[in-house]
Design a protein around this ligand. Structure first.
Ligand code: 13P
Length: 443
């Protein structure tokens, strides 16, 4: 069956099950004629609606990928697939395009970036263990509450990526974490991938799980207030990367992006090229160009709207064990060269990950990238490079909460200035200069 036939079949109205009724009297005949006329009117109206609908979908389907028509059948939250209203409105209202563009632009607004606190429970446990705290829900709640209730955060932070537990969690005062963000004009986001597993047939590489059930999970996240999503997959340079691993990473990201957009969430596309290895910066450039070429190829294949996505790339740097370090100007030059060769200007924002760089390195590199205008908003979506000082200041003690929030605000402000190209590293603490790279880091 062709996709067109399939679509046509799905749109066929229920009148095909009407049965023939013989008439026994003139009254019966009148009644039957009236019924017949109404029946014909009903049928012809349905045929017209169905034909218009089918040709509309057909047009869309034939002009691009066959699966684009599938989107039209998706419902917006609150509509039942059985109600006639939904059948008519899905065609017009099935797309979140305008909202996606608006959300992406809000996140990519001048002087602001993303606070990533989407660590899985296991990874959050590592953060807590670094200051001697147990990995309990109460401790995770206390930590996330501290971060999300920082006064003035919204001036520098436009979005925050949460783990599922936090998206559905409240503060100890009973306010939802989502409301804490909204009050500060910060867009709530959600990590939707299910983590990495070994990729059979590859060179000890991994692939990212989470596509099964993603559409219904995304619809739930949207209802809960999330407006953007994140999917992190990784590419390892020392392992190759193999063509299979790159293709798998790119395809998974593209499928996730299409599903997210279909459910009103702006997808953050994150193929993290790991820092692990002793390779040169030129090797990283070569791999990054290969990876992003493939990612955009499949994003286009999946009809993803580029105006409604955000990217989360790694900066182009030498491998962590390479004999020479690169300065911020070199990193900026290589990274922007790669992005300008691969990323269309329709994409509103590039929100870098920090990947194990020290807080100060990540900020200096971002600053160097904003010394001249770019086709996109070039900003941050840091986890480690925003949280390190906070944890050190907090130490799990209630009396340190204010100091910890000040530390977060200081880092957020430094990166806001770097986004505007106005950061100075003067007065940065020794802690901010310490690298956080961990070999084989998992998120
Ligand atoms: P960092 O590399 O900045 O720690 O964060 C990566 C990430 O994907 C967080 O969402």
């Amino acid at each position: 069956m062709t996709p067109t036939n399939y679509i046509w079949l799905c749109r066929t109205p229920p009148w095909c099950c009407y049965t023939y009724n013989p008439c026994n009297s003139p009254a019966d005949l009148t009644r039957t004629t009236t019924t017949y006329n109404l029946f014909i009117l009903f049928v012809s109206t349905h045929v017209q609606i169905s034909m218009a609908t089918a040709s509309f979908i057909n047009l869309k389907a034939s002009s691009s990928s066959p699966w684009i028509g599938q989107r039209s059948f998706n419902q917006r939250p609150g509509f039942s697939s059985r109600s006639p209203a939904a059948r008519v409105s899905v065609i017009r209202a099935g797309s979140y395009s305008e909202e996606l563009v608006k959300t992406a632009k809000t996140i990519a607004s001048p002087g602001r970036g993303i606070l990533a606190i989407d660590e899985s429970n296991a990874t959050c446990g590592k953060r807590l263990a670094s200051i001697g705290l147990d990995n309990t829900e109460v401790n995770r709640q206390a930590y996330r509450q501290l971060l999300l209730t920082t006064p003035g955060l919204g001036q520098y932070i436009s979005g925050s990526i949460l783990f599922e537990e936090t998206l559905f969690q409240s503060t100890t005062d009973g306010k939802t974490m989502v409301d804490c963000l909204r009050e500060q004009n910060i867009v709530p986001g959600i990590k939707v991938d299910k983590g990495l597993v070994p990729l059979p047939g590859s060179n000890n590489e991994s692939w990212c799980q989470g596509l099964d059930g993603l559409a219904s999970r995304s619809a739930e996240y949207y209802k809960q207030g999330a407006r953007f999503a994140k999917w992190r997959t990784v590419v390892s340079i020392p392992c190759g990367p193999s063509a299979l691993a790159v293709k798998e990473a790119a395809w998974g990201l593209a499928r996730y992006a299409a599903i997210s957009q279909d459910n009103g969430l702006v997808p953050i596309v994150e193929p993290e090229i790991l820092l692990d290895g002793d390779h040169s910066i030129d090797t990283t450039l070569d791999v990054a160009e290969r990876v992003w070429a493939e990612v955009f190829y499949y994003l286009a294949e999946n009809n993803v709207m580029f105006e409604g996505i955000l990217l989360k790339p790694s900066m182009v740097t030498p491998g962590a064990d390479h004999k020479e370090k690169a300065d911020p100007e070199t990193i900026a030059k290589y990274t922007l060269t790669m992005l300008k060769r691969r990323v269309p200007p329709a994409v509103p924002g590039i929100m870098f990950l920090s990947g194990g760089q020290s807080e100060m390195e990540a900020t200096l590199n971002l600053h160097a990238m904003n010394q001249s205008p770019n086709p996109w908003h070039v900003s941050f979506s840091y986890a480690r490079a925003l949280q390190n000082s906070v944890l050190k200041a907090w130490q799990g003690r209630p009396e340190n909460v204010e100091a910890a929030q000040k530390a977060l605000l200081a880092r957020a402000k430094a990166n806001s200035l770097a986004q505007l190209g106005k950061y100075s590293a003067e007065g940065e603490s020794d802690d901010a200069k310490k690298g956080m790279f961990v070999k084989g880091y998992t998120y």
